[in-house]
Design a protein around this ligand. Structure first.
Ligand SMILES: [Mn+2]
Length: 376
């Protein structure tokens, strides 16, 4: 999942001392020491500003020895890049880090430094002093089992982020969760190596849709500049991400485009499980297909529906900014950013399509259709 909004000033490292965190009462003031053994169901803490959040997270890291770093299932560029960079940061701090995902890493991110060290597993086994969870709104989002036993640090930038963990740092202005990891690394006094910069640049590039989405702001370019100076190669990274497409993905895209429909400000397209089988497509080949619907002139919101083998429907939503698709996804049980969100719905496909169109149609009903927009 990806983007968002807003307008902070200054460098991404030191911006924003005030914040949008809500205090979550932890009961009678449990210090970090006791919280660290409380388990994910124990105390929950968050701080009113970024500096305190970062200090608390670094404190957890400094007190521990061994950490688990994980992110959401079906990892995207931000998930993979920020996990790798967090692993590198922990290593620099003299800690051991296990990087684990429930799903395999998409091919286009396999060349990232250290990617071969990410393990794919369904269950995690300790002992860990803490779990650092990147851009998840719950333990379930990881699809990893066995996390309940641990102290969990939640670092997120989604507008639908939740303070579910023992320690929560949610900055909805971050262009990627990798941007938050960068600030953490700077605050820790870590060296941003070319390898770390490459991973972090990838998080920014992919989560802003190539600096196209609404979460792109002046500080995003400042961050990209700092990462480039630290050794990230924008050309090479763009080639890995955007010019390394598997042919199966293009076959799948063809199937999806043959199902493209447009109605005024809305566009949608879908693929069946059969389309997946016929194209020899992998899960990751679905990534980005929704963008072919939102890129249509005059379209304000778009949906991509994918039939999963077990007949549930994975829905990706995109908006050009006038429709808050995160709110719609959240109403249906999913989440994301205002411009990009997702949710899993009950099948069959036509039922899920009806369900999302019922949500989307009122959102665009008030918008005047300009001359020339009606062509499909
Ligand atoms: Mn992200």
């Amino acid at each position: 999942m990806n983007p968002m909004e807003d307008k902070p000033a200054g460098s991404p490292i030191d911006r924003k001392p005030g914040g949008e965190f809500n205090h979550t009462a932890a009961g009678p003031d449990l210090g970090l020491g006791s919280a660290q053994t409380a388990g994910a169901a124990g105390s929950r803490r968050s701080f009113p500003n970024q500096g305190e959040s970062i200090a608390a997270i670094l404190d957890v890291i400094r007190r521990g020895e061994r950490f688990l770093v994980c992110s959401h299932s079906r990892p995207d560029g931000d998930a993979v890049g920020s996990m790798l960079a967090t692993g590198m940061l922990l290593q620099q701090m003299g800690k051991r880090a296990d990087l684990v995902t429930a799903d395999r890493i998409p091919n286009i991110y396999r060349e990232l430094p250290g990617a071969e060290g990410i393990r794919c597993a369904m269950r995690v086994h300790g002992p860990y002093d803490a779990v650092i969870m990147l851009e998840c709104d719950s333990l379930d989002r990881t699809r990893l089992r066995g996390l309940e036993a641990f102290f969990v640090v939640n670092i997120d930038h989604h507008s639908t982020g939740r303070e579910f963990a023992n320690l929560n740092w949610i900055d909805r202005e971050g262009a990627s969760v990798g941007e938050l990891v960068y600030r953490l690394a700077k605050a820790a006094g870590a060296t941003v190596t070319p390898e770390m910069a490459t991973c972090l640049y990838t998080t920014v590039l992919t989560d802003t849709g190539g600096f196209c989405y609404g979460n792109t702001q002046a500080s995003t370019f400042e961050l990209a500049r700092e990462l480039t100076l630290a050794g990230a190669d924008p050309l090479r990274i763009a080639q890995e991400v955007y010019f390394s497409t598997a042919s199966s993905k293009l076959l799948l895209l063809g199937a999806a485009l043959s199902n493209l429909k447009r109605d005024g400000r809305l566009a949608w397209l879908w693929i069946t499980h059969q389309d997946m089988v016929r194209s020899c497509a992998a899960e990751e080949d679905c990534e980005g297909i929704v963008n072919y619907a939102i890129c249509i002139a005059g379209v304000e919101a778009a949906a991509f529906l994918r039939e999963l083998p077990e007949r549930t429907i994975r829905l990706s939503l995109r908006s050009k900014g006038r429709v808050d698709v995160a709110a719609i996804a959240a109403r249906l049980g999913g989440g994301g950013h205002e411009n990009a969100a997702g949710v899993t719905l009950e099948g069959p496909l036509h039922r899920a399509l009806d369900e999302i169109l019922v949500e989307l149609r009122p959102q665009v009903a008030e918008m005047a259709v300009e001359p020339g927009d009606g062509r499909s």
